[in-house]
Write a protein of this length. Structure first.
Length: 341
């Protein structure tokens, strides 16, 4: 049997750590079996774990005849990965804890997999934003230990908006959610990933946008008032849940101010954090968005979302006046707040 071993590092704390395992660039054509070795891995954060799961599923889709087996020990990572449904979602272990079989714990929300076609089929005229609003409240309460207040409302807004983006715009099959809370750091992290067409394909539908590359499309998507839905379609949408193009803009500013915002879509990774922006080339079919927020810091800033939207409204009028919007304009806007590193 021709076998290849993919070994996870000790700490899975970045997309780069996943990429350096070689999983995103490995050709499985010569092999019959893949051994995923987690014996050395002691810790993982949600975003790289979600990225890893999508890379595994992409390889499985390309090479359906190649078997996957797990080499694991009872270390902290393996216990955590099993409890959240990672091994089941990646179809690696027949004895794994099934996705959806365990509810939220004190510190994390296990993998939730939403079938996008099923969600759209059961809307019966109800806007998707309204469908996910209640669930986003439940998830925010788990991650903040609160049911009211500025931090709860902020996180609930963030969850709802990135969930809406995945369900409404991705044109994919599945959207995946994962949440984590670190008591010692008092930080919460949220990840939403989908297997859809990516940000650029949606941005191309906006009549105000003219971008020629994927990274430019991602940057434009983070600008205020930019939606992947055409103006004609927005006119016919529900007035409360109409796509205003402010979801990713507000969420990215929120996370960058109080922690970290990162997005990877169709090969481009962009991270915004505390005045800095980082771009790397990491493959991914679809889109993954991650936000990490320091709860104490967010709680000391009242009305952040309202003030950000007000600022965005002023900026939007300037942006639309520069029709068509291009990647250069988006880059300039980011540079005014986030220095490249």
């Amino acid at each position: 049997m021709r076998r290849i071993r993919l070994t996870l590092p000790k700490n899975l704390t970045s997309v780069r750590a996943v990429y350096e395992t070689g999983i995103a660039t490995t050709d499985l054509s010569p092999y019959d079996q893949v051994v995923l070795d987690t014996t050395k891995c002691a810790f993982s954060e949600p975003f790289p774990l979600a990225y890893l799961s999508f890379q595994i599923r992409e390889l499985q889709k390309k090479h359906p005849s190649v078997a996957w087996v797990l080499d694991r020990s009872s270390n902290r990572f393996s216990v955590y990965a099993d409890r959240i449904g990672f091994f089941d979602y990646t179809n690696i272990s027949p004895w794994a804890t099934k996705v959806g079989s365990s509810g939220p714990t004190e510190n994390y929300v296990p993998l939730e997999v939403w079938s996008i076609p099923e969600v759209k089929a059961r809307t019966d005229g109800t806007p998707i934003g309204a469908l996910v609003d209640e669930r986003s409240e439940q998830l925010a309460s788990v991650l903040t230990r609160k049911h009211t207040g500025q931090v709860f409302e902020t996180l609930q807004y963030a969850i709802r908006e990135i969930f809406r983006n995945a369900l409404e715009h991705s044109n994919g099959s599945n959207a995946v959610f994962l949440g984590q809370f670190w008591p010692k750091k008092n930080e919460a992290e949220i990840v939403v990933a989908d297997d859809g067409v990516g940000v650029a394909e949606n941005i191309y539908d906006n009549e105000f946008v003219d971008v020629a590359n994927n990274l430019g499309a991602i940057k434009v998507a983070l600008m205020p008032g930019i939606s992947g839905v055409s103006r004609a379609d927005r006119v016919n949408q529900d007035t409360i849940w109409r796509n205003s193009g402010f979801g990713l803009y507000v969420v990215s500013r929120l996370a960058a101010r109080f922690g970290r915002f990162c997005i990877v879509s169709n090969g481009d990774y962009l991270e915004l954090t505390r005045g800095k922006q980082t771009h790397r080339k990491y493959p991914l079919s679809g889109t993954a968005v991650g936000i990490r927020i320091v709860i104490d810091e967010a709680s000391r800033s009242s009305d952040f979302i309202r003030r950000t939207i007000e600022e965005g409204e002023r900026t939007r009028s300037e942006i639309v006046g520069q029709h068509p919007i291009n990647a250069s304009q988006a880059s300039k806007m980011l540079l005014s707040d986030f220095k490249k590193i």
